[in-house]
Design a protein around this ligand. Structure first.
Ligand code: SAH
Length: 264
């Protein structure tokens, strides 16, 4: 028999702070802030690295918010079981559809506006800058982090969940992938990056890899910064950077180079 789980049983709002939650008075819960909802067995893994630097500051400022849904709270019976052995036999455990359903319903019931519903999965479409851009334009994202052998396939079809992969390798869980994708998305939200231009010029935004960067000292262990960068001639600098970007992309990512030429 499935136990009834009270509404919102597993949801915790996360901010990068060491202060007890009740002492937080100066971090606004802005209505309509971009929201990442994470369904996970390891809510304590969040915000993780997202609590640092620019993404952490933006989280604290209420530019985006993070809600975790602890899958354990939706588990069945005294032991709050969330998984069982694979039908047909084989190694490992599979997260149960009925348990996931409760967590997904809770998360979706609380999400406002348009937010993609995704399952982090090595079988999914590869995450890329275009996906980050489209998620940044939505009201947030709901992410399901798998563990063990993954999730019961039926839940993916029932809720029409999009599978998204961080790359062609296998992680032990979806949490690291979720944090990587949220980082890439949140930094595109208005007000997160200090210098608005840095998101426009960097790798992938133009379809090219970024040119090399240098800073002081002008000479280091006998290596000079390219003269043109110290020339003060902005047109020449822009042309040099563009040429470097093109050469790098051609050499390292022929796939991107072909796409770039088609679109140019
Ligand atoms: N048996 C599965 C792998 C399970 S790995 C298979 O062969 O496809 C356990 C969990 O880690 C997955 O449910 C998924 O949520 C996460 N995961 C593993 N690799 C991932 C990747 N490349 N991208 C995103 N999530 C991944």
């Amino acid at each position: 028999m499935t136990e009834k789980t009270p509404k919102s049983a597993g949801r915790v709002s996360v901010r990068p702070t060491l202060k007890p939650r009740e002492l937080i008075t100066d971090t606004p819960d802005l209505v309509g802030a971009w929201t990442a909802q994470i369904i996970t067995l390891f809510p304590q893994a969040f915000p993780g690295v997202l609590g640092e630097s620019l993404t952490g500051r933006a989280l604290q400022d209420g530019i985006w918010r993070l809600d975790t849904f602890d899958l354990r709270n939706y588990g069945i019976g005294k032991h709050r079981n969330v998984d069982d052995t694979p039908a047909g036999g084989g190694a490992g455990m599979v997260l149960r559809a009925d348990v996931l359903e409760q967590a997904i319903m809770d998360a979706r019931g609380q999400s406002k506006g348009v937010a993609p519903l995704v399952y982090l999965s090595p079988r999914g479409q590869r995450f890329d800058q275009a996906m980050a851009r489209s998620w940044a334009r939505a009201d947030g994202v709901t992410m399901l982090c798998g563990r063990f052998e993954g999730v019961d396939e039926r839940v993916l079809h029932h809720f029409n969940i999009q599978e998204v992969s961080l790359g062609d390798f296998v992680l032990t869980g979806g949490e690291i992938a979720a944090q990587a994708m949220i980082d890439a998305t949140v930094r595109l939200l208005p007000g997160v990056l200090g210098n608005a231009e840095s998101a426009i010029e960097e790798s992938f935004s133009t379809g090219l890899l970024e040119h090399p960067q240098y800073t002081k000292p002008a000479e280091w262990r006998g290596h000079q910064i390219p003269d043109v960068l110290l020339s003060g001639n902005h047109a020449k600098i822009a042309a040099w950077r563009r040429a470097q970007s093109e050469a790098l992309t051609k050499a390292r990512r022929p796939d991107l180079w072909v796409k770039f030429q088609q679109g140019d």
